[in-house]
Design a protein. Sequence first.
Length: 590
Amino acid sequence: MEVAIKVAILIQICLKSVAKSNTKEWKRGSGGVRFLVPLNIMEFAELIKTPRVDGVVLHRPFMPTVEGTLCLTGHHLILSSRQDNTEELWLLHANIDSTEKRFVGSLGTIIVKCKDLRVIQLDIPGMEECLNIASSIEALSTLDSVSLMYPFFYRPLFEVIEDGWQLFVPGEAFKDLESMTDEWRLSEVNKDFSVCPSYPSLLTVPKDIDDESLCKAASFRHGGRFPVLSYYHKKNGMVMMRAAQPLTGTNGRRCKEDEKLINATLCAGKRGYIIDTRTIAVAQQAKARGGGFEQEANYPQWRRIHKAIERSNILQESLIKLVEACNDQSHSMDRWLSKLEASNWQSHVKEILTTACLAAQCIDREGASVLVHGTEGTDSTLQVTSLAQIILDPACRTIRGFEALIEREWLQAGHPFQQRCAQSAYSNGKPRSEAPVFLLFLDCVWQILRQFPCSFQFNENFLIMLFEHAYASQFGTFLGNSVTERVKLQLSQKTVSLWSWVNRPQELERFLNPLYEPNNLVIWPSVAPQSLLLWEGVFLRWNRSTKCLDEAYQEMVHIIEYNKELQNKVNSLRRQLAQLETEDSPLQTP
């Protein structure tokens, strides 16, 4: 407790002194850690009206009540207690979704609702102190400037063995493709991000399509997102591409370069499938706004299939209803299940998994190439292409392979994490651009993992960790909305990559699946209603005790380790027996 308070006070003194001196760097912090401080650090000092309050009581579900000292820093809410064996609370302001204030006499209460779905209660003596703390939390949790967020100030205490920013660059990924086929190339047409702001600088495209044609195809697609390679199926050479909707409009505009680009992915005599993640009605409506879909007359070798995946605002409302139902334990089981069903969350999971299975089936079973797109190609499109690869490619079921998938299909593909994860289930007012698109994808992965528990190298904790860091993190991996923004923010120079931390051996142990046995086959998940369950590890973990589940998991790990020891002994005895039999057998002479 004393250390935490001293650190918090030291940071506060530093903030005020830096603000007065207008310098750029606080050279040495607690534990010898360097803190880089921008010139506008005065903003933090001005926002913290009451940096410390004693006698604050913390209430958390299934945990003992804690009384201690509450400290506010520029990025953390810290509560420490003098009690022995009491876990301190270190909460990132970026993890706070909303707050509520209540008053009874001179005692104030702040309900803090977090993006990781936690709800905690702070009882603060003194009305003025409570109001000051509440206003400071609200201001610090809604900073507009990305460069003021914690990843720009965080300096790791661990040794960075691998630089996560350099692990999954497009050039390295292309080397694997080159070993399988020579029909594709890396294009630098987007090296200055002028052709497509949401694409990376290097793109994998058909070898026979030149950069001039790519530019013309980009002008025909929403946001410049022309078709690029997403996945190559080495079993039969079929591919999956992704793009944004074509800009056909009401006049039925066409683009021969776009048609040539898409047809270049087809083998002789083969057909392809265009999977549009919108209903035909929504796609038709898009034509009135200048968008649309591929006309079959212009793409005769392609069959268009519409599979409805809901848009972002619907998904956000669904998450809010789901979390409300999970937090409300006062009703009967029938009513609770009714509220869960009314949220439609499981329906969204089914829709996405069904579409991903369709894409995988077209590639693996029908031997056809696939193009996936919705409106912008940055949300439902990425859910489908990512899940299809998990179904088809065993490499994506390993930790490194899954990290590469997230980099390739989400971060480098332009999913707007900064917008989508700005708020979570406790957002106030109508959703703007927030949507749990990435969380839904992780839920779908969990559903597949649960159905194939031995086929994944990582466990459920790995998926939960990714969910938490997408919404609030000390690492810069999920900051920004595209590669363009991350380059402008200089994230690779000024922040630490999440993968630098995750891939350290001592951290990987927590995320390894003890049941894992490499499975090189395609896996086909069931999408039947009885096969899709509520992801309790995310949505109910703060509402019930996990003690029994944790004990059961540890017992399972113990049994697996014991089984491995016995198997090793059996193998050793077999080798000894074989050696004895060899020694006892008579020599054979020709």
